[in-house]
Design a protein around this ligand. Structure first.
Ligand code: ATP
Ligand code: MN
Length: 463
């Protein structure tokens, strides 16, 4: 018997085939006419496959009629055209084999609706719900598009280290990596001897692969990293995780406008792939998670992104009649509420903000001629706020050293990074996209903890 996925079994073109389908029962309904409808899903698509199990199956009374949500089954039979609305096919079962039972009294997902907060406590099971299944398929599509986009543009996929001894300054609080026995250290009162530690100096989990990516961009011209990133920020927000995935392209012979064009083309490609390949899942988000999502995404794809300098943005915010929690003043970092006002109310679409004050951005961003701003760009989107942060990098040796000194960074710690400005320095630029923020944007999911399989946040490392 030919095994096929539920996704394939639901296609009209599969009608008349004899197949085997493997999955988990979502619901069972018994008809008075002596047969049962079993909805089976295997995660390959949003919709379930309707299985029609006749009363003459050998295990009908003993097993089929005892099936409940969560039981795993292997069903074989013939796919036929379904008279029911919303599905092209249904499976006329010759055999329903029960592989694993699922006790309805203790199965947490037995009840139909649970809050997303509650589902996080069952992160090992929540992938079986409609919403999390759809999120993970969309997330997969985004990952696929990321690789395709960069590969098609001639980028080299680069793996940068996860353990690092250099703090990518300004990016956030870091997790310490150590083999020292912390139990012995606490309370000893003695300063820690880093020489005794595994790497002979303090080491951390990376907050960004950018500095390392810059070194390879200075050799291979176009590179991108795509991997886990860690920030020990104690921020309990709906858009921060302690462990998240970041995509970081870095390009040589590239300036800020090139960088903005790349970011826009990239986001549009990811967006159109999702619109083209994830229709069923997006329809669900559109109806149940965020009304109007599909129209919004389609409109974004068809229009150029808006651009504005940080200075203009501050003026817009100061002129607006919104009551912000945090005041806006030139030289302060924009808060989520400001970003969201700009992208949602002011332009109602993606917005690229550029030319931020040097004082609030890291040392590696290129200083502009006004000497007050740097060639930075953030991409803001409705529903999320900042989704991308990037810049043209400082490629002039003296200026870089000056910025490092001003920021209290020692050249010795960044000698290899500084070397790039000594040996064939070129203008170059890049950005970082937080994968989970992209998933939030494309699904309309309110909380970042619900768009990653196992979220890590303050107080939570379960599973
Ligand atoms: P924010 O201001 O939102 O905290 P950031 O400016 O610190 O972000 P960057 O250092 O610019 O972030 O990182 C690049 C991208 O990585 C961000 O635009 C965002 O999409 C993502 N990102 C940053 N921090 C987190 C986090 N804690 N959880 C999830 N994604 C994050
Ligand atoms: Mn940023």
């Amino acid at each position: 018997m030919k095994w096929i996925s539920v996704s394939s079994a639901r296609q009209e073109s599969s009608i008349d085939q004899a197949v085997e389908v493997r999955g988990w029962v979502r619901t069972r309904r018994d008809s008075k006419a002596g047969f049962s409808f079993i909805e089976v899903n295997d995660g390959s698509c949003f919709g379930n496959l309707q299985v029609v199990a006749n009363g003459d199956l050998v295990n009908y009374a003993d097993e089929v009629q005892k099936l409940t949500a969560g039981c795993s089954v292997v069903v074989s039979g013939k796919l036929v055209a379904s008279p029911a609305a919303g599905q092209a096919t249904e499976l006329q079962a010759d055999s329903v084999r029960v592989i694993g039972w699922c006790d309805p009294d203790s199965y947490p997902l037995q009840k139909k609706r649970h809050s997303f907060e509650k589902l996080r406590e069952w992160a090992h099971l929540r992938g079986r719900t409609n919403t999390l299944g759809a999120v993970m398929r969309l997330r997969n599509q985004i990952c696929d598009s990321i690789h395709r986009f960069f590969q098609e543009q001639g980028f080299i996929y680069l793996q940068t280290p996860i353990i690092t001894a250099s703090d990518c300054e300004g990016a956030g609080e870091m997790f310490r990596v150590t083999t020292l026995n912390l139990d012995k250290l606490t309370g000893s009162g003695r300063p820690v001897d880093h020489g005794q530690d595994f790497f002979g100096k303090p080491a951390f989990l990376t907050v960004s692969g950018q500095l390392e990516a810059e070194t390879y961009a200075s050799a291979l011209s176009r590179v991108y990293t795509f991997g886990p990133t860690f920030r020990a920020e104690n921020s309990n927000t709906s858009r921060h995780l302690a462990e998240f995935w970041m995509v970081e392209p870095e390009v040589a012979f590239f300036d800020l406008s090139d960088n903005m064009r790349l970011a826009e083309a990239f986001l549009k490609r990811v967006l159109s792939d999702c619109l083209n390949h994830c229709d069923e899942d997006l329809q669900f988000f559109n109806q149940h998670i965020r009304k109007g999502l599909i129209d919004q995404l389609t409109a974004v794809h068809d229009q150029p992104f808006s651009h504005m300098s940080y200075t203009e943005a501050v003026e817009v915010l100061q002129r607006s009649d919104q009551a912000f929690e945090y005041p806006v003043e030139w030289g302060t970092d924009l808060q989520a509420e400001h970003e969201r006002y700009l992208t949602e109310q002011h332009v109602n679409g993606p917005l690229i903000l550029t030319d931020y004050p040097a004082s609030i951005k890291p040392f590696y961003m290129r200083l502009s001629d006004d000497e007050r701003t740097v060639a930075a760009m953030d991409v803001l989107v409705p529903g999320v706020g900042e989704i991308i942060g990037g810049s043209q990098r400082e490629d002039r040796l003296e200026t870089l050293l000056g910025r490092m000194a001003a920021g209290g960074l020692s050249e010795a710690d960044y000698w290899w990074y500084v070397d790039l400005r000594r040996f064939g320095s070129v203008p170059h630029a890049g950005f970082g996209l937080g994968l989970e923020r992209a998933v939030q944007y494309l699904t309309g999911m309110a909380n970042i903890r619900d768009v990653i399989p196992f979220p890590r946040f303050p107080g939570n490392a379960e599973f």
